[in-house]
Design a protein around this ligand. Structure first.
Ligand SMILES: [Zn+2]
Length: 78
């Protein structure tokens, strides 16, 4: 397992997401952003909008995914 924080994934806080793959932590971050914004957390709104834009424009967002996968691959195992 590896841990990637909200901040490393483009968000504003230091909450850690654990996962076996980059997709696991990206999905965890997506859930976290949705929940934070639903709970009225304004600081997570820009990251939530960015994430929504990525789902809508997957081709344009390939660079971001590549960067996240690379960052995840370079993390030490927990
Ligand atoms: Zn966060």
């Amino acid at each position: 397992m590896k841990t990637m924080t909200c901040r490393q994934l483009g968000g504003p806080c230091d909450l850690g997401h654990q996962g076996e793959t980059a997709d696991d932590v990206i999905n965890a971050q997506d859930r976290h952003l949705k929940e934070a914004v639903k709970a009225g957390d304004e600081t997570h709104v820009p990251a939530r909008e960015d994430m929504k834009g990525r789902w809508k424009h997957p081709v344009k967002s390939m660079g971001w995914y590549r960067d996240m996968k690379k960052a995840f691959a370079e993390l030490p195992e927990d």
